[in-house]
Write a protein that binds this ligand. Structure first.
Ligand SMILES: CC(C)(COP(=O)(O)OP(=O)(O)OC[C@H]1O[C@@H](n2cnc3c(N)ncnc32)[C@H](O)[C@@H]1OP(=O)(O)O)[C@@H](O)C(=O)NCCC(=O)NCCS
Length: 186
């Protein structure tokens, strides 16, 4: 499966990240600004402590996945002023069963404006066009903001995986919601 490297929505531009030091610096700045909201839910936010680490993420994770077509991360920007808003990615692609999972985060100043719902709807459209039949969103059952995005974008709550994740942040096993949307429901 392959996705378009640039997707436009009404208010947003989603684009394949270029592995540059400039972008690494930009993402690093916004990660630091947003740490309080990221750390409880995203394990990587507890160890992303340098621009070099961010550059390694761009090169060894984002670029590698795009090249190998095993994952599709996008930088989300405001269409007008190109401000960095966050990241959305399609990961854990199961080519045989035509399943993919969407993950996301917004920088603190971009929350509460419906940007992520808009980005999810645009990315899922591309995924269904590219052949996926089922798209999942998974989140910690305590992460209400993330659950709102899934619910608001029309995803069905399939169920709860009990204690399927170890949270280093909370030092305990935590439960995950599994949400899904099917191609026939788009
Ligand atoms: C999860 C996360 C992306 C959700 O961000 P968000 O801003 O709440 O989500 P959206 O961009 O879809 O915006 C929805 C909110 O904008 C409001 N909104 C304002 N204008 C809107 C519009 N035009 N359209 C839709 N919603 C709009 C909605 O009312 C909603 O707010 P509410 O939940 O208070 O009712 C964000 O909280 C985050 O990055 N959290 C930390 C990382 C994380 O948890 N990632 C997910 C791991 S599974």
């Amino acid at each position: 499966m392959i996705l378009s490297e640039r997707i436009e929505t009404r208010r947003l531009i989603l684009e394949r990240p270029k592995p540059t030091f400039e972008l690494a610096q930009e993402i690093y700045t916004y990660v630091q600004l947003s740490l309080n909201n990221l750390q409880p839910w995203l394990p990587w936010a507890n160890s992303m402590d340098s621009v070099e680490g961010e550059f390694a993420y761009l090169l060894n994770w984002c670029n590698k996945h795009w090249e190998e077509r095993t994952g599709f991360p996008f930088i989300i920007r405001d269409k007008d002023i190109k401000r960095f808003l966050g990241v959305i990615d399609v990961i854990r692609i199961d080519e045989k069963n035509k399943i993919g999972e969407i993950g996301y985060w917004l920088q603190n100043n971009a929350m509460g404006q419906g940007y992520m719902r808009e980005a999810v709807l645009a990315v899922e459209k591309q995924c269904f066009m590219a052949g996926l039949n089922r798209i999942e969103i998974r989140n910690d059952t305590r992460n209400e903001a993330s659950a709102n995005v899934a619910r608001g974008a029309g995803y069905h709550l399939d169920g709860v995986l009990r204690q399927d994740k170890w949270s280093e942040y909370d030092k305990k096993f935590v439960d995950s919601n599994v949400w899904s949307k099917l191609k026939e429901e788009k």
